[in-house]
Write a protein that binds this ligand. Structure first.
Ligand code: C5P
Ligand code: MG
Length: 161
């Protein structure tokens, strides 16, 4: 399709901690541990939010949702992504697609793939076939591999005109 295309990159990490489940892409996943964060620590939605802001050249998540602001304490991260999509729309950009990777040793996420994909699509206002979700281990190496943190990466393409 004609128009101006831009791509943004996002990355995030959260420490593991007390708890028995983690939020990934707006879906609660039983994990046997939790993730530490000012919000719900949804590392995947945070990476996607940064990718949207990157594609629209609108800075990063901390600029728009400072973790020092009590307003965002315990916020569910779908609010961040919805707001970023609205900010991009305000600049005339519509999302084209989202691709993302969550990096964690456990749990295995294959059975949650469709739920996470559908959730991200609903939050971002996209058809599910414009969203792809990948999972990787860190091969037991480093902080992620040793289960001390979980990382996520994302790219988002937007189109204007
Ligand atoms: O990290 P690795 O290449 O060994 O992952 C192989 C596959 O295992 C991935 O492509 C993904 O489908 C799956 N996986 C998963 N849950 C994880 C990590 C990987 O389902 N936490
Ligand atoms: Mg985060």
């Amino acid at each position: 399709m004609p128009g101006e295309y831009r791509t943004g990159l996002g990355w995030d990490v959260h420490r593991t901690g007390a708890g028995d489940s983690i939020w990934l892409g707006g879906v609660r996943i039983p994990a046997g541990y939790g993730l530490v964060g000012h919000s719900d620590a949804d590392v995947l939605l945070h990476a996607i939010t940064d990718a949207v802001l990157g594609a629209a050249a609108m800075g990063d998540i901390g600029m728009h949702f400072p973790d020092t602001d009590p307003k965002w304490k315990s916020a569910t991260s779908d609010r961040f992504l919805r707001h970023a999509v609205e900010l991009a729309r305000g600049q005339g950009f519509e999302l084209v697609n989202v691709d993302c990777t969550a990096v964690l040793e456990r749990p295995k996420l294959k059975d949650h793939r469709d739920a996470i994909r559908n959730s991200i699509a609903a939050i971002a206002g996209l058809a599910p076939d414009r969203v792809n979700v990948k999972f990787k281990t860190a091969e037991n190496v480093g902080a992620v591999g040793e289960g001390r943190s979980v990382e996520a990466q994302a790219t988002v393409t937007v189109r204007r005109g």
